[in-house]
Design a binder for this molecule. Structure first.
Ligand code: CTP
Length: 409
């Protein structure tokens, strides 16, 4: 039995990047031998085991063949005769298809080292096409290594294009897609992920609502970059620069979907795009079974981002409605994330990246003012049930009027 480190651990060590988890491949062993050594099988019918102490993944060397659509459509063959080279050739990228023994001797039959030096993401063999998730993986790696100047080999991009056109992407499960999308959005340059998906035609399949934003103009006074797709990418980039959490990044990506629905004869204005976009945001959320906190924030940011920008001009009653919609009394964090998304939207515009955003503090102050209304005195006055609710609202409105007056004085 010979054991090698494979995949990301080898790649990231050669890149001088921190290695988080290590995958191992075992050549020349049987399932029975692994079990006898105390390894725990991961799934009932997959030759992958967990190390009894470290918990790291050890996979028997295997070959794979596609036998149907989607991820389920795989047959694999694991036996002690399968060589390391045979195992490596079924992998996605050359830089992920290197192995290392315990003396750090490298096995690199598909020239991963050469491609690391050339900063190229290149597929190992035509078997790349057997797992459509790899289209998203390559886009994610492009985003992750963008700062190192990696690019995608033209022949790999062509293969990604063919895969996107073939209808195979539709067979991906929401869970697998979301895992890639969410990881990609958390990179330092998440906009590269979207750009790559667009370049290979995958964006049109996965998120046609986002793809539709490219080529849609906006008024140059507010949007010197003009194009809505370009704007969306810049907003995402700002969110990453400002280290925003996944919820905010997801909301940034989807905030302007309604603009893709505006009839051309109304361009470059987008009346009521906030409201019109809600069904589209909902559809994308459901398509990828997006976690609830991301879903909620995306819908709220979609509906209210223009309110955020106009915060200083809003009437106290409109401010109150905004705060109620966010339930700022019980969900203060979600309102903070809304403010962050609005600020990223304001900065994700050509030449305006460094602008100040006084709306942020103004909104925070309004939330504090509304929250400062004490319920106890109203209870003591005998209010209860729906009347109590109305009385609290009246007091909050008073507090917001005073707040607005004080802020504009
Ligand atoms: N792999 C593959 N195709 C996939 C998923 C994984 O070929 N769809 C192979 C690659 O060789 C990859 C290895 O399995 O390097 C381990 O996969 P994974 O742990 O998902 O990714 P890493 O490459 O380790 O990258 P990351 O650091 O992003 O986890």
């Amino acid at each position: 039995m010979r054991i090698y480190k494979v995949g990301g651990a080898v790649r990231d060590r050669l890149l001088g990047k921190p290695v988080t988890d290590i995958d191992w491949v075992v050549v020349g062993a049987t399932t029975e031998e692994m079990l006898a050594k105390g390894f725990r099988p991961v799934g009932a019918d997959f030759p992958v085991f967990l190390h009894p102490k470290s918990g790291e993944e050890y996979a028997l060397a295997r070959t794979e063949r596609k036998s149907g659509r989607g991820y389920g459509g795989f047959t694999f063959h694991a036996s002690p005769e399968v060589t390391l080279e045979e195992d490596l050739i079924r992998r996605d990228l050359t830089i992920n298809a290197m192995a290392e023994d315990d003396q750090q001797n490298l096995t690199d039959p598909y020239h991963g080292q050469r491609d690391l030096k050339a900063r190229l993401l290149r597929h190992v063999s035509p078997a790349f096409a057997e797992d459509p998730l790899r289209v998203l993986r390559v886009a994610r790696f492009a985003a992750r290594y963008a700062a190192l100047d990696f690019s995608i080999a033209p022949e790999t991009l062509e293969l990604m294009r063919q895969l996107s056109e073939s209808g195979e992407l539709e067979a991906l499960t929401p869970e697998r897609s979301w895992k890639e999308i969410s990881r990609a959005l958390m990179q330092d340059q998440p906009q590269v992920f979207v750009e790559v998906l667009r370049a290979c035609g995958a964006l049109k399949v996965l998120m046609p609502e986002v793809d539709a934003l490219f080529g849609v103009p906006q008024p140059p006074v507010h949007h010197p970059e003009i194009d809505t797709g370009t704007h969306t990418l810049s907003v995402l980039q700002q969110a990453a620069l400002h280290k925003q959490p996944l919820t905010v990044r997801w909301a940034c990506l989807l905030h302007d979907l309604g603009k893709g629905l505006t009839p051309e004869d109304e361009w470059p204005r987008h009346i009521a795009h906030e409201f019109k976009g809600l069904n589209l945001i909902k559809a994308v959320n459901e398509r990828f079974k997006v976690p609830r906190d991301c879903q909620e924030l995306a819908l709220l940011v979609g509906e209210y981002h223009t309110h955020g920008h106009r915060a200083l001009e809003l009437k106290p009653s409109t401010l109150l409605e905004l705060l109620q919609s966010f339930d700022v009394y019980r969900r203060p964090q979600r309102f903070e994330e809304f403010i962050a998304a609005c600020e990223m939207d304001a900065r994700g515009r050509k030449g305006l990246e460094e602008r100040s955003y006084p709306q942020a503090d103004y909104l925070r102050g309004a939330a504090t003012a509304a929250r400062s209304v004490a319920v106890q005195p109203l209870l003591e006055k005998g209010f209860k049930g729906p009347e109590l609710g109305e009385a609290i609202k009246r007091e909050r409105l008073k507090a917001l009027k005073l707040y607005k007056e004080a802020a504009s004085a």
